[in-house]
Structure formats: C-alpha cells, structure tokens
Design a protein around this ligand. Structure first.
Ligand code: DGJ
Length: 713
C-alpha cells in the first residue's frame, strides 16, 4: 500500500481506487507528484524531473507543506514566529518511516485502526522547527488521512501563528468548489461555484464547527456530476474554529490546505514541545460526488465512529422536546411513555428542563440535579414507568454551558468564559464554561457521571446551544490567549472521551441547537447527531441530502414531528415525515397522546417497516437519485453492499402540470441482476432500471413514496 523507491526518492500511497504520490526533489524538498486514480510509481517516473527550491521557482512547486517568506507567495501552511520576530520558513526532507496502523493523535479524535502510515520528517532551514507529516491509507478506502506534528527542537519558545494540518498542491485544471453552508434549521446546504484565481476560504470562527459552514470542502474537476467525473474532498476531523482554503495560483495550480483556524490563533511552543494538528480526511473519487459521499460514509463508519455502536441497531426514540418544551410534569411524561410503549417505540428521551430550577432557558445550566418542583418524585418514577413499559430511558444534558442564574455560577462565576470589564455576549441567555481549565472539565465530568451512575440511563443527548465569544481564559497567560479556541475544543474532547469511556454502554447522541456541530470529530464520540431542529418533511430532504455529501445516513438523527411544523408552519402528510425520517436514525418528537388513531397506526407501521430496512441505513451504500435543490423531486436509495436489496424513498414537492413522464434512473443497482420492485409490482433487469429508469410517481404536494427492491431469483 505504501511504497518508497530509493532511486527516485518517491513515495506512493494507494487506497482502494486512488494513489497519492510525492517525492523528495533534487534540492531536498518534499513535493507532490500525483493524487488521482490508482496508478503505479514506476509509471510516474517521467514526471520526477520537475523541482527546485530557489525563490524564483518556489511559488510553482507543489509542496507537501508550504513555507513562508521565501518566495512561495501562496498562503503558507505554517507561520512560526521566533523570539527575534523572524518567521520565514522552508522545509527539507530529513527522514521517513512506514509503519502499520495509525499514528497516535493524543487528545484529538482520529482514525481508529488498521491501515499503514507514512511519516516524513521535515526540517525548517532557518529554525529549530521540525514538521512530521503523517499520511495514513487503507486498502479498502478511498480516503487518505493527513496531519502534521510540529516540534520545537530548540531551547527558545516559538509562537505558531498558523499551523495547518496539511497542504496538497494539485495541477492546473478547471475546478469548482463545493461547500456546505447554512444556518440554524437550514444546515449543510450545498453550494457549488467556479474556482477562480486567488484564495477561496471557508471557515468557522465560532469555537465550534458551526451551522454556518461545515468543515468540509469538495473540489469538482471539470464536468463532475453526482454520478460521474473526478472530485476531491477535504474533511477535517475537528469540531472547533477551522479554515479550509483553496488557492488557485497565477499558473492555474491549486493549493488545498486546512486545519485549526489561524485567525486569533497563537500557540506557544516551548523547547521540546510538540503541537499535534487535527487529522484531515482527503478523498478522491472518480465516480462523481456520489462516489465521494459513499467513500466518506464508509470511512467514517469503519474508522471514526465508535465501533461498539456504529453498526448496532439504533434505539427508536420519542423525545419530549417538541411535545412539551419546558412545560411538563410527572403525569405528562407518564402519559407519553405509556403511549410510546403502545406504539412500539423503544426509548423515551427526556429533553431540556428536568434539572435545577429550569422552567425556561434563563436558568440552571450547570446544576445537574433533578428539578423536584417539576418532577415531584424525581427521575426514579419516570425511569420505573419506562421499565414497566419495556422502554429504555434517555436524558438530555448541555454539559459545556452555565447559566448565570445557577448555583454553579454563584459558586464559581470565574468558570464562565468571559473577560473582566467586558460585558459578555449571551447566547440563549447562557454562558459557556471555560473548558480550557482542568478543574472545570473535572466538575462537569463528575456531575454528569453521578447522574449516569445513579440512574439507569441508556442514552444521552449532549446539546450545545450557543457558540463562543470573548475567547479568553483568566487562567491563561497573555502570551497564550491565542491558544484558547483550540484548548476549548481539547477540553470538550477530554470530557467526551472520559464520559464515553466511563459509560461504554450508554449511547451518546450529539446535538448543537440542531446540527451546529455535525462533524467527524463529534461523530467520533457520538454515533449519531441531531441533524437539525428543522424536521419539516420538505426542508429535511434538503438538509439530509446536503449532510449526506460527506456523512453516513446512520450518523443523522431524524425525527417525525407534529404538523403544522414548529419551524416552518408547513403541513406535510404523516407518511412523508416518516418516509424521510427513515433515511437515518429514525425517531419521534411530538405529543403522542394527541395523535389520531390513524396516525397511531401509522407510527406502528413505520416502526415495523423501519426494522425491516435498518440494516441498509446502518451498512448500505447511499445513492442520491434526485436532487431536491434542483428539481421538484427528492429521491435517495440505500443499496445493500452485495446489491441484492435496495430501499428507495422519494418525495414530490409541488403539483406541476408539466411535470410528467420524468425518468428516475436507479443508479447503484447491479446491471447483471434482475430486480423486483414490490410496490410497483415490477420485475426488470438492473441494466434497464439503471439506464432506462422508471417513471417518477405523480403525487400531491409533499407526497412521498417508498419502494422495496429485491433481487428476483
Ligand atoms: C436544541 C436542540 O436542538 C433541541 O432538540 C432541544 O434539545 C433544545 N435544544 C433544548 O433546549
């Protein structure tokens, strides 16, 4: 998988369908040679003549890690400022090693297992900085994982003003860039624009990966489409402020890089210290965006998400948030639990409002003890009621937050993120806990642990309802305040690591005011994440489509909620809400006691039907068949790895008199098999279904369809 050729000083790293090649040029610089379809190093020999390191050449060389202030005028990958203020850098090869397995990335979520890793050590010509570039590949994956470790081998401290995880310089082509932008209730909308000269930068400065921009960038080559063509992906395994840049140089070449956001960043590296940067998962697909989406889904399932949960049957929950908001008592919860059991739901999740004196969003975050004004008997009777009904119990926390009106704040006002003399910005009336401080992490760990130890809790929903401001910690010295944002993320990871390790059987779901921290770093700890607070049956098709660009459907928590929808006021059929929610980890979020008999019957049937196909949600390949941003239809299909079964869900948005005889091609089936589509009573060859397609169903507004496809024997 990883080869080194001494005659050319070339490295070849190959995954399932791609190769990545680099070599040490005549002047000792590590430069990129190739990133694309699988190929042999011998075949690339004729390319190993370019190179150089002179200032006149520097901005043309495809460096594997970009220096600064030495004639390469593209954005640098690192800026390391020394005691005397000098910050120029340029790197030469020192050594390399090839090992089995993945490198250790202490304190950060990372690819978990297997593979082979190339580590190349580079030295800065002008300082005592070493950079170790790690590259990990797997035989069965189209993803290559990269990161950089920066080591100060000198005695004097160095301040890293920028320390990205990777740099990949690609040859001149016509490129477009795909980003996943959004807002609350509108997360991860795809946008594709042509990549012109100069720097295109996507980023978050919010201390979390954010609703507004996901830490993912797609690079589409020429005419890449959903099903055809070449494209690249960059996905950061990181949940904090990030940046990914794509810079088209004057000569048309492309520099891709990314990592921890360098704005307001400054990391003091004392002699002997090392900074390990977050991993970036780079992907190459020659099967269009769909190929990339499947490659990332496989990678995240196989290497990132907790193996104890990733392929396990997910609980079908009912969550009380949209049923009650803060307004509930024991009796209300009992009635929801009884109804849930009657409908076949298996877990009841008690959301916000069960602790401290919390009756609205103005108080009590941090006071993780039961609100007995509201739940007179405490949590025990609620859990008992679940048990009696054969249900499991889940509980909501917002571990990283503090309300000013809380016992915790009254005892430790300095634990909140703020700067004396500066009025803190409040988000949802709350402040953020300073997780850069060990004792704060320790407190939250103990407080949450106590509850999880005392009660029988099988599921935790971990929320995060505001982003960070006043990036400052009273505990950090002035010359380390630039470390705050990254140290906060390390604190969050430390807390998540410790809690998930202490309670290995508890299923943790992530959440951030909807899907505001939906990233590979969070998926490492949370096998599924609440995709969005927008559960509208139409809006969700867009959010789930966009999210599937680089995340597996099993990572998306998707609930059926009430109508009119609380976010959009739209009314969609119950069947449609269920169908769309079945393309993920399904569940319910509405007052079950208010359902009509017909709707109750619907829930029962949906759950039964979901249990017939949830193996496809967990393990199947997703084919996105009709793009809701570009047409009147949404359609996605999950196909079993052996292509013997498939599950199709679609929705027609609006009535349109001209919208007939439209063809839907079932990409993803095996051309050489014959299939039966149960609901259409149709048997046809895979070749026909894929190439000639079937007709889109004609349905009323927001009508949906489900097809079960099986190989005909
Ligand atoms: C935001 C989440 O996205 C909701 O599902 C709910 O848990 C609320 N927070 C509770 O405050």
């Amino acid at each position: 998988m990883i080869k080194f050729d001494e005659t050319t000083n070339g490295f070849l790293l190959s995954g399932k369908n791609f190769s990545y090649a680099a070599y040490v040029n005549g002047e000792g610089c590590l430069q990129n040679l190739y990133f694309g379809k699988k190929i042999e190093l011998e075949d690339l020999g004729y390319l190993i003549s370019r190179g150089g390191n002179r200032a006149s050449d520097a901005d043309k060389i495809p460096f594997e890690y970009g220096g600064y202030g030495r004639g390469d005028y593209r954005e640098p990958t690192i800026v390391a400022e020394r005691k005397d203020g000098a910050a120029m850098s340029g790197f030469c090869y020192v050594s390399h090693k090839i090992c089995d397995g993945v490198p250790e990335v202490q304190g950060l979520p990372h690819a978990r297992s297997g593979g082979q890793t190339l580590s190349v050590t580079l030295k800065d010509y002008f300082s005592d900085i070493l950079v170790i570039l790690n590259y990990t590949v797997w035989e069965d994956s189209d993803v290559i994982v990269r990161n950089a470790e920066i080591v100060n081998t000198g005695k004097e401290p160095v301040t890293l003003k920028k320390a990205f995880s990777f740099c990949a310089d690609l040859p001149e082509r016509e490129y477009s860039v795909l980003r996943l932008y959004g807002s609350w209730a509108k997360e991860r909308y795809p946008e594709v624009t042509k990549l012109g000269r100069g720097v295109t930068r996507i980023q978050s400065l919010r201390g979390a990966s954010s609703h507004q921009m996901n830490p993912f960038m797609g690079i589409l080559c020429e005419s890449c489409t959903e099903n055809e063509g070449e494209c690249y992906g960059v996905q950061l395994i990181y949940s904090g402020s990030f940046a990914i840049t794509a810079e088209v140089n004057y000569n048309g070449t492309l520099r891709l890089q990314g990592g921890i956001n360098d704005l307001n960043f400054g990391w003091k590296l004392c002699g002997g210290e090392r900074l390990i940067t977050p991993q970036a998962a780079l992907c190459f697909s020659c099967e269009g965006l769909g190929g990339m989406s499947r490659a990332y889904a496989d990678f995240l399932r196989e290497r990132i998400i907790n193996p104890n949960f990733v392929y396990g049957r997910r609980p079908i929950v009912v969550n009380n948030w949209e049923a009650t908001y803060f307004d509930f008592d024991d009796e209300k919860l009992f009635s929801l639990i009884d109804e849930a059991a009657a409908l076949g739901i298996d877990t009841f999740v008690l959301d916000d409002g069960w602790f401290g004196k919390r009756n609205d969003d103005k108080s009590s975050l941090g006071d993780w003890f039961v609100n007995t004004d509201k739940l007179k008997g405490g949590l025990k009777p609620v859990i008992e009621r679940c048990k009696k009904n054969g249900l499991k119990f889940g509980l909501w926390f917002e571990p990283e937050m503090i309300s000013e009106d809380s016992d915790l704040y009254r005892a430790h006002p300095d634990w909140a993120v703020k700067k004396e003399g500066v009025e803190p910005v409040r988000g949802r009336n709350q402040l953020v806990l300073d997780l850069t401080r060990g004792e704060v992490v320790e407190y939250v760990f103990n407080a949450v642990s106590e509850i999880l130890t005392e009660y029988e809790i099988s599921y935790v929903k971990w929320d995060f309802n505001r982003t960070l401001t006043e990036f400052y910690s009273a505990r950090l010295p002035a010359d380390r305040q630039g470390e705050f944002a990254h140290r906060y993320v390390l604190g969050f990871y430390d807390l998540a690591e410790r809690l998930t390790a202490k309670f290995p059987n508890v299923f943790f779901e992530g959440c951030a005011g909807g899907g505001g921290r939906f990233d590979a770093g969070a998926l490492y700890y949370f096998a599924q994440i609440w995709t969005s607070d927008d559960t509208d049956g139409l809006e969700r098709t867009k959010i789930q489509w966009g999210t599937a660009t680089c995340y597996p459907v099993s990572g998306m928590s998707c609930h059926v909620s009430a109508c009119p929808n609380h976010q959009t006021q739209r009314i969609t059929p119950f069947e449609t809400r269920g169908a769309i929610a079945s393309l993920g980890a399904t569940g319910y979020e509405l007052d079950l006691t208010k359902l009509t008999e017909e709707e109750k019957q619907n829930v029962k049937e949906q759950i039964k039907a979901y249990r017939q196909i949830d193996d496809l949600v967990l393990k199947g390949d997703l084919y996105r068949l009709s793009n809701p941003f570009e047409s009147n239809y949404f359609c996605e299909m999950l196909v079993a790895k052996d292509k013997a079964r498939a599950y199709v869900v679609g929705e027609r948005f609006r009535g349109d008199p001209c919208d007939y005889d439209r063809i839907l091609k079932l990409y993803g089936l095996d051309e050489n098999k014959t299939y039966r589509i149960t609901e259409l009573n149709l048997t046809a060859s895979g070749k026909a279904l894929l190439n000639a397609g079937v007709l889109f169903p004609r349905l009323p507004d927001c009508g949906s369809w489900i097809w079960h496809i099986e190989e005909a024997k």
